[in-house]
Design a protein around this ligand. Structure first.
Ligand code: DGY
Length: 324
């Protein structure tokens, strides 16, 4: 008999088939207590769990005593209680490499659209406001040659630095726990502390995972240190930023604009003040959301689950120490 797994995200047919070649698959829509109760036997016997964008916490793990591996269709794993997984010797797999270039494209899109006011002026054209040659009230600011500050120099930060350096001739400052030799050698990036980035960068780009250390890393004090002309970009995780402080900074003209793909609450509530500000580009967490990359992420997650349950954790494993 094949081992049982729970699938909580729709997969393309070919990938669902690949999963079914290895496992007996129970497909559910979410991991809510009601769903778990409805499929109690399947959850109780499952050795694997595959999906994304749902909390995997102690309450769920208690209903899954046979679980040995979880596989998330994402690079971020802040939805998982890793400590609880470790205690129960449950492996956690993720998809760190396949989305790098696509997320870096999204970051560059946020940089360009915030600086050149692409969304705002396109809306004005659609509203019939382009009735004569445009004047300064439609102008944006240049991107090329401006200083880019990258907070978090991981794979995605590096891919952003590549675009900014070669494509836009931007000097690059970065903050990371360690110096990044490749970023310095290939893109002339300068390692500096967070305050230096806040004070000197024209674009402050955040690409950090959400952890206890990064929660509200950027708040009132940090916005106050930025240039009035600075553009703030976040495509990591929303709660790394104190969103109320960001709204205040935008409203008070402490910074020029913001390009955001992530928010403290997602989906962003329609009542959010961010949506009333013309100098905000707000995207619905599209970082990796292209057909190609989302397919590749799902394929990677399926292979990750197959590998983990076969005891192979040499790549894409967050907690190889949990291997029994
Ligand atoms: C991830 O993979 O963590 C991204 O946020 C999804 O786009």
């Amino acid at each position: 008999m094949k081992p049982s797994v729970i699938l909580y995200k729709a997969l393309p047919d070919s990938l669902q088939q690949r999963l079914e070649d290895h496992f007996t698959v129970t497909r559910v829509n979410n991991l809510s207590p009601e769903t778990v109760q409805q499929h109690a036997d399947a959850f109780a016997s499952a050795v694997g769990l595959l999906g994304s964008s749902e909390k995997v916490d102690t309450a769920l793990l208690e209903k899954m005593p046979n679980l040995r591996a979880t596989s998330t269709i994402s690079v971020g794993y802040d939805n998982f209680d890793v400590e609880a997984l470790n205690e129960r010797k449950v492996l956690l797999m993720h998809t760190p490499t396949v989305l790098t270039e696509t997320v870096a494209d999204t970051l560059m899109a946020l940089v360009l659209s915030s600086a050149r006011r692409v969304v705002e002026v396109a809306e004005r054209v659609k509203a019939g406001e382009w009735t004569k040659s445009i004047g300064p009230d439609w102008f944006g600011i240049d991107v090329h040659g401006k200083t880019l500050g990258i907070v978090g120099m991981g794979r995605i930060g590096l891919a952003l630095a590549q675009r900014a350096h070669f494509g836009f001739n931007m000097p690059i400052l970065y903050n990371a726990r360690r110096q990044h030799k490749e970023a310095e050698e290939r893109f002339n990036a300068r390692h500096c502390d967070l305050d230096t980035i806040l004070q000197e960068a024209d674009f402050v780009c955040l690409i950090l995972p959400l952890t206890d250390e990064t929660h509200h890393l950027i708040g009132k004090a940090q916005f106050e240190k930025m240039k009035k002309s600075a553009i703030f970009i976040n495509a990591g995780r929303g709660p790394v930023v104190d969103e109320n402080a960001l709204i205040e900074a935008l409203q008070n003209g402490e910074i020029y604009a913001a390009g955001l793909d992530v928010f403290e609450q997602e989906p962003l509530p329609a009542s959010s003040a961010l949506l009333t500000l013309p100098n905000v580009v707000a995207l619905p967490h599209i970082g990796s959301a292209t057909h190609e990359t989302r397919y590749n992420m799902a394929a990677c997650a399926v292979e990750n689950l197959i590998d983990a349950l076969a005891g192979k954790v040499d790549k894409n494993c967050v907690n190889p120490q949990a291997k029994p």
